[in-house]
Design a protein around this ligand. Structure first.
Ligand code: ADP
Ligand code: MG
Length: 589
């Protein structure tokens, strides 16, 4: 499908067009706080009732691992771009061994009959077992010893009814398989195994966010939030059962304690009353497979950032009376819906920064078994504070392209060589990845595209910070920053949980102050807040984590932000599924 833009830039100078786009995509700290307040409200609405947009799904996982867990399990991960089958060996010393095979899921499978999709899943497990016969004996299911236990990571909204069952609520991320919604996903999978007479039993169902949380807890010894920034975005955190009223008379409610809740935060503010929607976001939404759903996700995740960027670029290509980009030419990549992959944006920004591996901590923590590595997060001001007359000296990352300088030979000649070199590198990436002829892309085009990518990705990372901040506030680990002061952090004591009143910009919130929570790592006197992340965006997009931290600081202050330890939940979906399968077996599946 192709799409055309319909934004009118008549009666505006090219510089004003750029200024307007910049203005629309720039988020002020006050808006981040407002969004966080709205986020907290939706969290609590979802904890109170079933059927809300932000589904706040109880996972029936009632604790986090500490690294001592032992066992061998199969894991199947369906959630987006790839399907993975793995064998996971938990060694019981915070380390694991994992053998895996990835399989592609075609669009035909994503949008066809559910039974065909689930048959394909079963075939993939069968193929994996043929090519990778189990090396270590798998953990036995008590009454059926020769059946292999499997944990399913299913990263779509599911209303979970127990550790091993849950009803599919909706599809997201480009899936729309028929006759799936309303059915138990574990049964759909088990039926497919049984049709093929396979000796595999699905004992646990886990969302990838829950998997990220569990696997990070396993490898690091403590974690309270698992968050995904990949094809989609979502998070799961450890909540007090007493704060999940909708569990009502469920036996889990009477037991008390804690439960991991899958927020489904991709659906935050589906009404878009608070999200800073632009015409480009509306165009994306209208032509998406799920208009009006997953609003927050559409501002943030890998599936969408390239498409938002593409819409902005198209509007400049089509600008009247004169094109502002690529001489008005398009390529298939630029013209086709979803044609521009978010990884191209990463490449553009890397070319600008001249480094291939970027400073995100998570990118370095590749083993997933090591320590949480923190990045030296440099405090950075919001662009609005930098001032308007920015110098084109090549040192500033956020500057708005200056049309006058970039449009004349004299202007271009006045650029410093380092800066010109950056633009030339970006230009080459555009020729290569957007598939333009060399002569169709000049340095002005390079500057404009680099800036566009930066704006779109920066907005995504700032909004991601809103989600993390809301969870810190919800669990009483931080308070809103007050009137420009540094936000207070909750003192570390060993008393029972109490309540605390917090003055937000929008009134007073009552927030439980938890002093001793399973997910918290004690490190000397400081309580560290473990956050496990997964997904290509947070792993590979330059400065994603740094910008997310900037957002956190502006919402909850640097004290709380500095206690947050973000680490990669490496193989989170596989290891998380294994840990969940273990819990299911312990509960006597
Ligand atoms: P999934 O979420 O499906 O498990 P990933 O975490 O790999 O898978 O995320 C895939 C998404 O990340 C895709 O939308 C893709 O466009 C995007 N992506 C892939 N590579 C990069 C990259 N280097 N930088 C930014 N985004 C990327
Ligand atoms: Mg994933």
């Amino acid at each position: 499908m192709t799409s055309t833009s319909s934004y009118s830039y008549l009666h505006k100078s090219p510089q004003d067009v750029l200024n307007d786009i910049d203005f629309q995509l720039t988020l002020e700290p006050a808006l981040l706080t407002k969004l966080t307040e709205a986020f907290l409200e939706e969290i609590n609405v979802g904890l109170g009732r079933y059927g809300e947009d932000m589904a706040m799904v109880p996972s029936f996982v009632t604790g986090v691992p500490d690294g001592s867990e032992i066992g061998t399990f199969l894991a199947l991960d369906l959630g987006g771009t790839n399907l993975r089958v793995c064998e996971v060996v938990l060694n019981g010393d915070k380390t694991f061994r994992l053998r895996q095979q990835k399989y592609k899921v075609s669009d035909q499978l994503k949008t066809g009959e559910a039974s065909v999709l689930f048959d394909y899943l079963a075939d993939s497990v069968d193929a994996f077992l043929t090519t990778h016969p189990p090396e270590s004996p798998t953990s036995p299911i008590s009454d059926v010893p020769d059946v292999l236990p499997l944990g399913l990571t299913f990263s779509f909204p599911v209303e979970q009814t127990a550790l091993g069952s849950g009803t599919i609520l909706t599809w997201t991320k480009g899936f729309s398989a028929k006759n799936a919604i309303g059915n138990d996903v574990v049964k759909l999978l088990q039926d497919a195994f049984d049709r093929k007479h396979m000796h595999v039993k699905c004992v646990a169902l886990v969302n990838d966010t829950v998997g990220a949380l569990l696997s990070r807890a396993y490898t690091s010894g403590g974690c309270m939030l698992g968050a995904i920034f990949g094809t989609g975005t979502n998070g799961a955190y450890l909540e007090e059962v007493a704060k999940i009223p909708k569990l009502a008379n469920n036996p889990a409610a009477t037991k008390g304690g804690y439960m991991v809740v899958n927020t489904e935060w991709g659906a935050f503010n589906n009404t878009r009353t608070h999200l800073p929607s632009t015409p480009f976001d509306s165009a994306l939404d209208r032509t998406s497979i799920n208009p009006r759903f997953q609003a927050f996700e559409k501002f943030i995740s890998g599936m969408y950032l390239g498409e938002i960027t593409r819409h902005i670029l198209l509007s400049l290509i089509d600008a009247a009376p004169r094109p502002m980009l690529f001489g008005g030419k398009v390529t298939k990549v630029v013209n086709d819906q979803w044609g521009l992959d978010t990884s191209v944006m990463s490449e553009v920004e890397e070319a600008w920064e001249m480094s291939v591996t970027v400073d995100t901590t998570v990118a370095k923590d590749v083993n997933g078994v090591g320590n949480i590595i923190e990045i030296g997060a440099e405090p950075r001001s919001f662009p609005g504070e930098i001032g308007e007359n920015l110098l084109w000296d090549g040192d500033d990352h956020d500057i708005l392209p200056r049309w006058d300088i970039l449009s004349t030979p004299e202007g271009l000649a006045s650029l410093n060589p380092k800066f010109k070199g950056k633009l030339e590198r970006v230009r080459k990436v555009l020729v290569d990845r957007l598939e333009y002829a060399d002569g169709d892309v000049d340095l002005r085009d390079a500057a404009i595209v680099r800036w566009t990518c930066h704006l779109v990705a920066r907005r995504a990372a700032l909004l991601s910070g809103v989600a993390v901040a809301a969870i810190l506030l919800q669990t009483g680990r931080a308070t809103f920053i007050q009137d420009g002061q540094n936000g207070q952090t909750v003192p570390s004591t060993t008393e029972e949980p109490t309540s605390k009143k917090v003055n937000g910009a929008n009134g007073t919130h009552v927030i439980n102050v938890l002093n001793k929570v399973t997910g918290t790592i004690k490190d000397g006197l400081e309580e560290k807040i473990g956050v496990g992340v997964d997904g290509s965006l947070v792993q590979f997009y330059p400065h994603f984590e740094r910008t997310m931290r900037e957002s956190l600081r502006s919402i909850v202050g640097s004290d709380a932000e500095s206690r947050v330890e973000i680490g990669l939940a490496k193989d989170g979906s596989g290891v998380g599924a294994a840990l969940c399968a273990l819990q299911a077996l312990k509960q006597g599946f």
